[in-house]
Design a protein around this ligand. Structure first.
Ligand SMILES: Nc1nc2c(c(=O)[nH]1)N[C@H]1C(S)=C(S)[C@@H](COP(=O)(O)OP(=O)(O)OC[C@H]3O[C@@H](n4cnc5c(=O)[nH]c(N)nc54)[C@H](O)[C@@H]3O)O[C@H]1N2
Ligand SMILES: Nc1nc2c(c(=O)[nH]1)N[C@H]1C(S)=C(S)[C@@H](COP(=O)(O)OP(=O)(O)OC[C@H]3O[C@@H](n4cnc5c(=O)[nH]c(N)nc54)[C@H](O)[C@@H]3O)O[C@H]1N2
Ligand code: SF4
Ligand SMILES: [Mo]
Length: 741
């Protein structure tokens, strides 16, 4: 059963007076927003291309139109990312657009506690009235937003600029906190900027690929296909407690104990030192802190026998891993959520960065400490969401950065906050404490995807007004809203995404949004107008204009894209990786960073960063004897399933009901039979799931995919101290049989 909440108190503050017409003229002339319009400039029977709106691989899809309707998709054979391949989600990407439960009008919660359809005018007046009421009673700091890695850069930037520079908010964060914050922080601290160094050709050019906490076959199947194109007979080593599809397909699987990565990677680093498997020239010329790191490794419990005890891997396997990394010619280290979603994720990611720096595996073909991104525009949100860094990787606390942005965007410097936003968890804590009263959630489904859901219920109770902007009105989060704003989705709007290898690609409007749903871009234009801050945003009139502003903003930054003149240039080049400075001509399709050994810290050197491993925040014990691992279930399920569950084809490809993977020895001990239902319980909540007996999970651990809403009733509020990313992948649970089931 989905939760329902009591109605929020009704508006008590009188409508505020402001200058300018109250109703935006475009609300009265909806055609200008593209409502009921044929996609921009497209011939009715055209074939066009758009980057896929699911994962950060960033495949290009061909969209086939008939009589102005997008009728089919196929994989683009000419695009350097996917080379004619796509996964089931990509092939089925049109289905979610046509779902019967699309939000087609704004919905406002009435005195009866139900959501009722209202006009855009009433919706926006109410939103502004309620949010302004909060800022007048408290302050603009009592408002916050939570957004996403799944809307284009232009919309991301618009939301962040409007919220902070227009509406005076200080706090806003994205669901990339759940996903990429650790990698972003690890790179920033080590390299001086959040800069994944690789290009996808590196998958094909490595001799040794080490995948840590990454189930590539399921989560990024086309990137796995890129590895399959590697002609160098590479060694593919997977570090994952589970024997995943990827582990099975690899040349070697090292089933380390959950959360023992840091100790293991330090053990490997020590073996590199002890065996002289180092690139001392690179270390001396291009890094800082190696001697301290070495002393730390030699003084700590990282000898082979100690690391064997910590990780459960035998000594020969650890030594052989170190040898592969130390003596391999081109070694690349790849990581995803098994690393990022941990209470010590930042240091674990940096332990991988350290291995690459020690062996000089960076800036050359087939190398790199490479974080693989999750959502289609996670990389765009890291650069342009204006949440935890000022647009374009600038700093809120640096005066010259504020002056630069103010001059470029024509926004008064005084309206730029001088400090960073709270992270996601702090925003929710703020709501729990009553400091955040108004929350605007855009394109993320917090009430399913955030950890420790019971706590989130209290957060909801603390809010005066919750606005949810989504494609669907029945997501777990939209059901909690006071106001739902109906949004157009991927395929119904224009813009750009940035994929895992920093490639900026174009997305295109190929379909009309249903009813009165509007592109997020247009919703932001309207909110600016109704808020009374439309003037500074009057030139934010189309995604491409905003894209050009972002290229100007990026000038001089590591992510400088001032060399990109506009969308046509992106399209004709098969996407363009950042950076591309204005002076650069004749650039190639695949470019990696740091070929010159120069990093982004003022001294040009990369840093070795490390800390001793910590105990798991909630280790298993007598009451809760299993470690719960969570993650992706199948390549046909996307996160909270608001989109993928709308495709009848995809629905056939995954189990409809929640299931839990249990090792045969544990199933035997508890007397569990395959297929029976169990109650899975943590200290915070419980769910039921069908038992799947399998040796893919190690004894003592169980696995539940994240796609079923109940899973985050179990997970805990525990965060990496540097990145504030939640530890979704380890908490203690108990299993019990359902009697007479
Ligand atoms: N089909 C599909 N594809 C997706 C997504 C989706 O929802 N569905 N989501 C996208 C997004 S946003 C993301 S972030 C990526 C995520 O992509 P991945 O990170 O590859 O996926 P996960 O399954 O979350 O986690 C990867 C692995 O981490 C392992 N793991 C758990 N704990 C540990 C540990 O302590 N150490 C190690 N070494 N490994 C551990 C898990 O067993 C799991 O197999 O996928 C993207 N692609
Ligand atoms: N237990 C556990 N929990 C996890 C994870 C895990 O591994 N384990 N992984 C975490 C990770 S890595 C991630 S990335 C998060 C993902 O968590 P979420 O971001 O909450 O998941 P989605 O289902 O992708 O939610 C996106 C929402 O935006 C809506 N939407 C899609 N496109 C648009 C658009 O263009 N405009 C608007 N306005 N709305 C749109 C969708 O309908 C959906 O409601 O989950 C995290 N939660
Ligand atoms: S691999 Fe990712 S980008 Fe490519 S088609 Fe599948 S979901 Fe889309
Ligand atoms: Mo993610």
């Amino acid at each position: 059963m989905k939760p329902r909440f009591s109605p929020r108190p009704q508006a008590s503050t009188p409508l505020r007076q402001w200058s300018g017409p109250l109703t935006h003229e475009l609300v009265q002339r909806p055609a200008e927003f593209g409502l009921g319009q044929l996609p921009h400039g497209l011939q009715p029977d055209a074939v066009t291309e758009s980057i896929c709106g699911y994962c950060a691989t960033g495949c290009s899809l061909r969209v086939h139109l008939r009589a102005g309707e997008a009728v089919n998709l196929s994989a683009d054979t000419n695009y350097p990312v996917n080379l004619g391949m796509a996964c089931p989600k990509g092939w089925e990407a049109l289905a979610p657009l046509r779902a019967a439960d699309r939000a087609t009008t704004p919905l406002l919660r009435g005195p009866d506690g139900e959501l009722h359809s209202v006009s855009w005018d009433e919706a926006l007046r109410t939103m502004v009235e309620r949010f302004r009421g909060i800022t007048e009673r408290d302050s603009a700091e009592a408002l916050a937003w939570l957004s996403t890695g799944q809307i284009p850069c232009e919309e991301m930037a618009f939301l962040g600029a409007l919220a902070k520079f227009g509406m005076g908010m200080v706090h806003g964060d994205g669901n990339t906190r759940q996903c990429m914050a650790t990698a972003a922080t690890a790179y920033k601290q080590a390299f001086g900027f959040d800069a994944p160094p690789y290009t996808y050709a590196d998958f094909e050019e490595s001799d040794v690929l080490v995948l840590v906490g990454s189930n590539l076959c399921i989560a990024h199947p086309i990137l796995w296909q890129r590895i399959m194109r590697n002609r160098r007979q590479p060694e593919i080593i997977v570090l994952d407690p589970r024997c995943t599809e990827t582990a099975m397909a690899a040349t070697r699987h090292l089933p380390l104990r959950p959360k023992s990565d840091l100790a293991l990677l330090y053990g490997v680093a020590r073996l590199l030192i002890e065996n002289g498997w180092l690139d001392t020239g690179f270390i001396e010329k291009h890094t800082n802190g190696f001697e301290d790191f070495k002393a730390f490794l030699l003084a700590g419990p990282y000898a082979l026998s100690e690391v064997n005890a910590a990780s459960g891997l035998d000594e020969a396997s650890i030594l052989s891993l170190a040898r592969s990394i130390g003596s391999g010619k081109r070694v690349s280290l790849w990581w995803t959520m098994g690393v990022n979603q941990s209470y010590e994720g930042t240091r674990t990611a940096q332990a991988l960065i350290n291995l690459a720096l020690m062996t000089g595996n960076i800036g050359k073909p087939g190398t790199g400490p490479n974080s693989i991104t999750g959502q289609c525009n996670a990389m765009g949100s890291r650069l342009f969401s204006n949440s935890t860094n000022l647009l374009g990787g600038h700093r809120f606390d640096r005066e010259e950065d504020r002056a630069k942005i103010s001059a470029l965007l024509g926004i008064p410097e005084s309206s730029i906050p001088t400090r960073d936003s709270w992270a996601y968890d702090r925003i929710l804590e703020g709501a729990e404490r009553g400091e955040i009263k108004g929350l605007w959630i855009v394109a993320t489904n917090t009430a399913h995807s955030w950890c420790d859901q019971q706590r989130l219920r209290r957060v909801r109770e603390g809010l005066d007004f919750l606005v949810v902007q989504d494609m669907y009105a029945d997501t777990e989060t939209a059901r909690l809203a006071d106001l739902v704003l109906p949004a157009a989705g991927w395929g119904e709007k224009d813009g750009t995404f940035i994929n895992s290898e920093r490639r900026i690609g174009r997305i295109r409007k190929v379909s009309r949004a249903p009813g009165q749903a509007l592109a997020d871009f247009h919703i932001f234009q309207l909110v600016a107008h109704y808020w009374g801050c439309g003037e500074p945003f009057s030139n934010w009139d189309s995604p491409e204009t905003v894209f050009r502003m972002l290229t100007a903003v990026s000038r001089g930054q590591p992510c400088d894209i001032s060399g990109i003149s506009g969308y046509a240039m992106i399209e004709s080049n098969g996407g363009i990786q950042w950076p591309l400075r204005e002076s650069e001509t004749g650039f190639s399709t695949e470019r990696r960073l740091f070929a010159d050994g120069k990093f982004f810290h003022p001294d040009g050197r990369a840093r070795f960063l490390f800390d001793a491993p910590q105990a798991m925040p909630e280790p298993p014990d007598g009451d809760y004897p299993f470690i719960l691992l969570t993650g992706r279930g199948t390549s046909s399920q996307w996160h909270t399933q608001t989109r993928t569950s709308k495709s009848p084809v995809l629905r056939k490809l995954y189990p409809e009901n929640p299931y839990i993977e249990v090792h045969p020895s544990d199933a035997d001990r508890l007397g569990l039979r395959a297929g029976e239902s169990v109650i899975v319980e943590s200290r915070r909540g419980q769910m039921s799931a069908a038992v799947h007996v399998t040796t893919t999970v190690p004894g003592g651990s169980v696995f539940v995919p994240m796609h079923y809403p109940a899973v985050n009733r179990l997970t805990l509020s525990s965060f990496d101290p540097h990145s504030r990313q939640p530890s979704y992948k380890a908490c203690a649970v108990h299993l019990s049989r359902i009697r007479n089931a």
